[in-house]
Design a protein around this ligand. Structure first.
Ligand SMILES: *Cc1c(COP(=O)(O)O)cnc(C)c1O
Length: 409
């Protein structure tokens, strides 16, 4: 049991840290997942609709309403929902890729499962570097990875702010190589070129419980192209048109069901409250980190609409411990901070065919960032206590290394 008083957070001696034998600072874990909770009555009232209609899946009333609402939310013409963001990505790549080409360009400093997505499509990833300013794929880094065999480029928005989607669209138009944007982490964002979800031929989103719009599981794409919409609707439902009339091959069952649509709709109703909560958390980090040396908050671009959802900090030269050691300390205190997209995809052993790469910026950056607790598992008071804990870790760093040297003798 830990006692959540001031000394629990501002550790007075080295052996007060949980990693070195002390009590964890927090009695309940501080996580990085969104886990947004809607008003339960709203969820039940949406649920009653499919229940009364006795339609549980197969393009039911709530899925259709959700698609309409999401299309409007993104300023997009069409939206097609799926059972997950993962399968939305696979289906979208299948629909967009150039035939008879074998490679897919994607960043390496990104979502862990993106290489698995590529494997399901049979395309071989050529990982590209990132722009140090955005931590994201850019038109320049994507261009370096293009070959005669490129079937598709996957642009991915980073965890804080957006990649240069407009620049990637231009590159795609110029080269004739199709572009897909994984926009999962930027669902709420606006850019100087418009709303995320309204720009690329296909942009992909997730409704997973950890994301801003929580449908427990689920995903969707937005597009302005009705042919792409129709193709994707077909392949998510076995390739059937009407009863047992298979009109396309490569179909699968990747439909969203009504229960998940009910949860997503209820959460969509509360979205502004969630963003206000996130902003409050972000402001707390902003204020408290200002006076902590060695840790720099990645700032949201507040010229445009942003969800303030993910909190990422960069360790600078003043921070006395390595990134991984810092995370070890935090995890043992029940602070579930995580390395930001690290190791990068090209640094991990991979069973699938891919091209080895050497990516200078990615390799330099991927050991510097930490994803900090945020979302509905934390409140501002806990964030203040967390920064107090980090302050004592900073203050104790010298003693910690002495202590450990002694322990090793
Ligand atoms: C979570 C995530 C996905 C996958 O979404 P799921 O619905 O969990 O399958 C894809 N891309 C990014 C960037 C993600 O963060």
């Amino acid at each position: 049991m830990s006692i959540e008083n001031d000394t629990a957070f501002h550790k007075q001696s080295v052996d007060a840290f949980a990693l070195l034998g002390g009590q964890p600072a927090f009695s309940t874990p501080l996580g990085t997942s969104g886990l947004a909770r809607p008003d339960v009555e709203a969820f039940l009232s949406y649920s009653k609709r499919f229940f009364d209609a006795k339609q549980y899946t197969n393009n039911g009333p709530l899925v259709r309403e959700l698609e309409k609402r999401l299309a409007a939310f993104h300023d997009a013409e069409h939206c097609v929902t799926f059972c997950s963001g993962f399968w939305a990505l696979v289906m979208a790549i299948e629909t967009l890729k150039l035939a008879n080409k074998s490679e897919i360009v994607m960043p390496s400093l990104t979502y862990r499962r993106l290489a698995d997505v590529a494997a399901w499509t049979g395309l071989r990833p050529r990982f590209c570097d990132v722009d140090p300013k955005t931590l994201a794929i850019s038109p320049e880094t994507a261009r370096e990875a293009i070959t005669d065999e490129t079937a598709l480029i996957v642009g991915v928005h980073p965890i804080v702010n957006c990649c240069d989607a407009a620049g990637l669209i231009k590159l795609s138009e110029e080269t004739g190589i199709p572009l897909l944007i994984d926009a999962v982490e930027s669902v709420y964002e606006e850019t100087e070129h418009g709303r995320v979800g309204s720009m690329a031929p296909i942009e992909v989103f997730s409704l997973h419980a950890s994301k801003l719009i929580n449908g427990a599981e689920g995903g969707y794409i937005t597009t302005s192209n009705s042919d792409l919409r129709d193709k994707l609707r077909l392949i998510r439902g076995f390739g059937f048109q009407g009863q047992d009339n298979v009109v396309v091959g490569g179909g699968t069952n990747a439909k969203l069901n009504e229960i998940h649509a009910a949860l997503a709709l209820a959460n969509l109703d509360s979205l502004e409250q969630f963003v206000a909560h996130n902003q409050n958390i972000y402001r707390t980090y902003e204020k408290e980190l200002e006076v902590l040396p060695g840790m720099k908050l990645l700032a949201f671009d507040e010229r445009f609409k942003t969800s303030y959802k993910n909190i990422v900090v960069e360790l600078t030269e003043d921070w006395p411990l390595s990134r991984d050691r810092t995370i070890e300390f935090l995890n043992s205190e029940n602070v579930l901070a995580r390395p930001y997209y690290s190791p990068a995809l090209h640094q991990k052993p991979m069973r699938y065919p891919h091209f080895p790469a050497s990516l200078k910026t990615t390799e330099k950056l991927c050991s510097k960032f930490i994803l900090m607790p945020s979302g509905f598992m934390v409140n501002p008071n806990q964030i203040r206590n967390l920064i107090s804990l980090l302050r004592s870790l900073f203050d104790a760093a010298d003693q910690i290394s002495e202590y450990q040297e002694r322990a090793h003798q």
